[in-house]
Design a protein around this ligand. Structure first.
Ligand SMILES: [Zn+2]
Length: 232
């Protein structure tokens, strides 16, 4: 079905902005604020309409979410509610926007850390000096009873890129956990109660083994392999 014309003055400016993104920019495309403003020269605050679209599930990234963008650029990542369809705009808004209370509750329970990479708000990533900003992401989780639920999780602007369509499967994870050895399970339990991962003796030894010069590596390798190979 062909989309309505984004220039149709019958539509409000948010709907026209949505149609403009769909027809002129297209998903994945980059646009500049200048291009947006010149397309909507007749609309006073077109930037606000873009924000309204975000609240309706449209993913439009700025430099904040995607550091590869230039200051003036935004990327139209993913379409949200089809706001030009009557009734869609209002329905999508109540579902999509989080209250300040919800946001701070999620941040608090996630210890103010990105749950994907562990970075804290305002911390540097340790490479080009960009600082992390935390945001709330929606994550689909398949529960043990098989139903899929959307849950909220803290994520930094870097991890957010590309992570959106992920679905976690609690049942599958539980099956994998059950298959771990006793030693592995207690290491995992330790990390869970600390909420951070301490390197195990195994990992530390692996790291030290790998860093050894070839001759010493061979000595250690032979000793370890000898020890696990059954006599015969
Ligand atoms: Zn992160």
């Amino acid at each position: 079905m062909a989309l309505p014309d984004w220039q149709d003055p019958e539509f409000g400016s948010m709907i026209r902005a949505a149609l403009w993104l769909e027809t002129e920019v297209e998903e994945g495309g980059i646009f500049t604020k200048t291009a947006l403003r010149s397309a909507f020269a007749d609309v006073a605050q077109i930037d606000r309409r873009i924000r309204d679209l975000r609240a309706r599930g449209w993913q439009i990234d700025t430099r904040r979410e995607d550091p590869t963008l230039k200051l003036d650029e935004q990327r139209y990542v993913k379409k949200g509610a089809e706001v030009w369809v009557p009734g869609q705009a209002a329905a999508a808004k109540s579902k999509a926007s989080l209250t300040a209370t919800q946001r701070s509750a999620v941040l608090r329970q996630d210890n103010y850390l990105c749950r994907s990479c562990g970075v804290g708000s305002g911390e540097a990533y340790g490479d080009e000096g960009v600082r992390a900003q935390l945001d709330i992401a929606r994550r689909e989780v398949r529960l043990l009873d098989g139903t899929v639920k959307t849950e909220l999780v803290t994520e930094c602007n870097r991890c957010r890129i590309g992570g959106r369509s992920r679905q976690e499967d609690l049942g599958a994870l539980l099956t994998e956990v059950k298959a771990l050895s006793g030693t592995e399970k207690s290491a995992l339990a330790g990390w869970i109660s600390e909420d951070r991962r301490m390197p195990s003796a195994l990992e530390r030894l692996w790291g030290q083994y790998r860093a050894l010069p070839e001759e010493s590596r061979a000595v250690l390798a032979a000793a370890v392999i000898d020890d696990v190979t059954p006599e015969g």
